[in-house]
Design a protein around this ligand. Structure first.
Ligand SMILES: Cc1cc2nc3c(=O)[nH]c(=O)nc-3n(C[C@H](O)[C@H](O)[C@H](O)COP(=O)(O)O)c2cc1C
Length: 129
């Protein structure tokens, strides 16, 4: 299966609840799992599932006007899902970021080092902001 990680810049005040609702519905249908990490300014998303479904979802995601400057940071084949079975886990701005990261830690420990570095640089930029 394919694991795709991208980052993007959010448009002003994106409607994350609406994004999550459509994502969870489509991802359940397409056997896609992953997470959406947002700080109100940027998104980091992990998508895991059948290659064709993940690529189709990513094509739709890239066209979404709620964000721009979308950059795929990592595209790799994995034997099993590294980020759990979440339909689309989410951490929102102002939510309990530390708890979310704590939950992610065991997954990041298993993840590829580039994927880990992507998360780390995301968190660092957020702290500096
Ligand atoms: C940051 C972000 C993340 C998204 N994640 C997903 C996703 O995981 N799965 C998905 O199907 N759509 C996702 N979308 C929504 C798609 O861009 C698109 O609106 C949706 O797939 C269209 O679904 P529909 O044809 O059923 O209306 C995301 C959009 C944004 C802005």
């Amino acid at each position: 299966m394919l694991q795709l990680v991208y980052i993007s810049s959010a448009r002003n005040a994106p409607d994350v609840e609406a994004i999550l609702a459509v994502s969870r519905r489509n991802n359940a249908r397409d056997s896609i799992t992953g997470l959406l990490y947002s700080d109100g300014v940027r998104f980091l998303q992990v998508l895991e599932g059948p290659e064709d479904k993940v690529e189709a979802a990513f094509a739709r995601i890239q066209q979404n006007p709620w964000h721009r400057a979308i950059v795929a940071r990592s595209r790799r084949h994995v034997e099993t899902r590294e980020f759990g079975l979440w339909q689309m886990a989410h951490r929102s701005p102002g939510g309990d970021g530390d708890a979310f990261v704590a939950k992610l830690e065991p997954m990041l420990a298993r993840a590829d080092k580039n994927v880990r570095a992507t998360f780390e640089s995301f968190a660092k930029i957020k702290r500096a902001a």
